[in-house]
Ligand binder design. Structure first.
Ligand code: AMP
Length: 483
């Protein structure tokens, strides 16, 4: 199968050729003709499958074929709306729109929070065909009357599962209420939970279904390995692996922001260039870290799960779980950063005795055992006893942790976690620090609705990360909380 066989217009084929792509990926081969035919689509595809081009190319084709439309004020009307969970993903998707649409007379814009509204308002005034946005800022604009979505013909939800995890369900419903009923809708999600199915039922009209990577299956192009190691020696082991393997582009995951900062500091002291990327960093700092990492001048990017979401780096060779995620599905997302679009990648997990249950949960989810390999000189110390893992100021899980999220540092408060691991009552979400349009860390739930209690979930074996309002978005705020 070649791109020429998909029915795309010549300017798009030229742009694809410029990218050096020879063949469509499986999701592209299936999605492009379906989207071109005008029908709705429910697609199961992870990052790295080429899904972005899968929806961007046919969207551009359809819009170009129809020609510009004008809104009531005579401006170019927004005809395609793409919603993404994070700023980074929004920026990357819009970049793809520009890349693939470079030979077409279509305009696009990206819109997210944490930056000033006015430049976005100015841009909107000029008129735009394709808008890529995160839900919070989109609604801010709508409320201020600076945005007209009444001409949307194609509506795309990208990484819908992650949006629900991040508590965006209410925002999505609000957006659905302001876009026209009659439209083509595409929903992309790495996993299909009941909530995603409910959302799909609501949004999609007799959708075609594509699933390129089955649920919770890790990509076979990724070589996975576990290095058992003592709790206190992970940092040294990481530095050792980077030096020994002469790794030049390593994405390292930590569970918590401060852990990411500490690790980046340590690596820099070891003369390994590293930067931490997480929600507390300014947009400028995150953009800089990401671009240096992509350019190859920064060796190591240390990220938390939320910050890493949507990072798009071609053929990333190494992903390291410096700490295993306490939510097993995050493992699948994390290692999806490597082995992209057919390239071989390596995903390494440094696992200490405290994390053995996390490892078992992950292996259960992916239905395979990850090979263990002890690195000489870094063997776990004999008799090291498991200790509870502190996920936030209020939440501790693992061996010896109290069932109600006790056991962390005294004082508590403001952790914003999902409560205790065994379904202990969850505290209300801390008040949003930023109101409408204010700075909101990427990937965090929007400021509006901040007082919504986290009543979703139940039965999740471990909490969803202390700083992350996962699963809060069940129907009416009381959903199952599971994917
Ligand atoms: P995505 O899943 O959309 O995040 O895309 C993953 C990566 O694959 C992107 O960096 C694209 O540049 C790359 N890619 C997309 N389509 C193709 C293709 N047909 N052949 C090779 N690489 C591709």
């Amino acid at each position: 199968m070649t791109f020429d066989q998909l029915g795309l217009a010549e300017p798009l084929l030229r742009a694809v050729r410029d990218q050096g792509y020879d063949h469509p990926t499986p999701i592209q081969a299936q999605a492009i003709p379906m989207v071109l035919s005008g029908g709705d689509l429910l697609a199961g595809a992870q990052t790295g499958t080429g899904k972005t081009a899968g929806f961007t190319l046919p969207t551009l084709h359809r819009l170009a074929a129809a020609g510009h439309k004008k809104d009531a004020r005579g401006r170019i009307a927004i005809r395609a709306l793409i919603l993404t969970p994070t700023r980074e993903l929004a920026a990357q998707v819009e970049e793809s729109v520009r890349t693939y649409g470079k030979y077409l007379p279509l305009t696009s814009m990206v819109m997210f929070g944490g930056v000033g509204m006015q430049p976005q308002i100015d841009r909107l005034r000029k008129g735009v065909d394709i808008l890529v946005a995160t839900p919070g800022r989109l609604l801010d604009h709508h409320q201020q009357g600076t945005l007209d979505l009444s001409h949307v013909e194609i509506f795309i939800l990208d990484e819908a599962d992650r949006m629900l995890d991040m508590g965006f369900i209410h925002d999505i419903k609000k957006v659905l209420a302001i876009v026209p009923k009659q439209k083509q809708s595409l929903l992309f999600s790495a996993t299909f939970s009941d909530e995603i199915k409910a959302l799909a039922d609501r949004l999609l009209n007799q959708p075609q279904l594509i699933e390129v990577a089955r649920r919770n299956q890790t990509n076979d192009a990724i070589a996975q390995k576990v290095h058992p190691v003592g709790r206190e020696r992970k940092k040294e082991l990481l530095a050792h692996l980077i030096r020994q393997g002469d790794w030049h582009q390593v994405l390292v995951f930590t569970r918590m922001k401060h852990g990411a900062n500490r690790l980046a500091e340590f690596l820099n002291k070891e003369d390994i260039t590293a930067m931490a990327i997480h929600g507390n960093k300014s947009q400028g700092a995150r953009t800089k870290a990401l671009s240096e990492f992509k350019a190859g001048t920064l060796q190591v990017l240390v990220a938390t799960d939320i910050a890493a979401r949507g990072i798009d780096i071609d053929q990333l060779p190494h992903v390291v779980n410096f700490e295993l995620p306490n939510v097993p599905e995050d493992y699948v997302h994390r290692i999806g950063r490597t082995g992209r679009a057919g390239a071989q990648g390596e995903a390494i997990s440094l696992v200490c005795v405290d994390e053995e249950q996390f490892l078992r949960d992950i292996e259960k989810l992916i239905k395979r055992e990850i090979p263990r390999q002890t690195i000489p000189g870094f063997e776990p110390p004999a008799g090291e006893k498991p200790e509870p893992i502190v996920l936030g100021r209020r939440m501790t899980i693992g061996v010896g942790a109290g069932g109600g999220g006790r056991g962390g540092r005294p004082g508590g408060g403001g952790g914003g976690g999902r409560g205790g691991p065994q379904g202990a009552p969850r505290g209300p979400r801390p008040p949003a620090s930023a109101g409408q349009g204010g700075a909101r860390p990427a990937g965090q739930a929007p400021g509006r609705g901040a007082a919504r209690p986290q009543t979703g979930g139940g039965g999740r074996p471990a909490g969803g990360g202390a700083s992350r309002p996962r699963g809060s978005g069940g129907q009416g705020g009381g959903g199952s909380g599971r994917r």
